[in-house]
Write a protein that binds this ligand. Sequence first.
Ligand code: NDP
Length: 336
Amino acid sequence: MSLPTQTREIVLASRPNGAPTPDNFRLVERDLPALQDGEILVRNTVMSVDPYMRGRMNDVKSYVPPFQIDQPLDGGAVGTVIASRAEGFAEGDSVLHGLGWRDVAVLPGARASKVDTADFSDSAYLGVLGMPGLTAYAGLMAAAEFKAGDAVFVSGAAGAVGSLVGQIARLSGASRVVGSAGSAEKVARLKDLGFDAAFNYRDGAVRDLLKQAAPEGIDVYFDNVGADHLEAAISSMKLDGRIAMCGAIAQYNATEPACAPRNLTLLIGKRITMRGFIVSKYNDLQQEFRQTVGPWLADGSITWDETVREGLDNAPQAFIDLLAGANTGKMIVRLD
Ligand code: NDP
């Protein structure tokens, strides 16, 4: 079979003001460069859309560089090697790499890692076994300094990171696990996953809903949302509580700076620690994460959900829908 000489890819057409819209993206066809020594040619089978990509659509300095107008987007993807001039990679290998948002990618072998798709699907490496999985584990264990007996609250609890945080906390001896999400269906799913209590944050003031769900208070808050969720969590925190600031998705599409939590001074009397983190800081926990969580995945103690969209053409809409909460578990775009 002859090798592809072109790829289809999604480029940034314009920067959003507020929520992204389809016209911020454009599908283009581009010639592929000839494969050089040390490079592999990969046909992507799945790609990830993640909330952090919203920040990269803005022209601001951050921990990852912004996407550029008329240039392809990038992000996590898994694919099959269809040609290799890199040592250690052969045709047919499955690889995880960072050139998503396109059908076919040329990249240095050094920027790809082989993954075993015999026991887990290719998409698992973009979710439960990948960046979101490590984020959940390291954010809970290292950033929030979780210990057995802690009562844990996680927001965005039906999403890729949040659903794992709750399950890892439960399996690690949490005294109570509480989650919030944006629909009745998601709340029901959280109960199936073993959360002790869950609420739909659209049903009332988060502060009141959290107090009902955790009447004795919380020791740990894993924050995926920010805004009123963060303020409510501070209000429900017990002495020596810990907050891992993972994300603030309620603010990603904001066009004005958000208010800080109005009750920050409670941190003093309650001796609360708030720690922001980026998952890459905890790359050294990767092995511990796999060793701890791997058996739970294998024996079914942890389950994970995926919301799957089909085709590169639908990737922009999958991303737009992710930010609006259309996903349960990891939002994936299947390309094969
Ligand atoms: P999710 O799978 O959780 O998807 C995003 C979810 O956010 C949606 O499904 C939606 O669920 C929820 N959401 C959207 N808008 C709001 C809102 N206004 N208020 C409350 N919830 C909202 O994504 P991930 O699991 O990939 O990421 C979760 C968080 O973790 C994000 O904030 C992300 O930026 C952060 N993150 C941080 C990392 C780090 O290194 N610090 C690494 C990876 C992720 P719903 O229907 O419940 O509203």
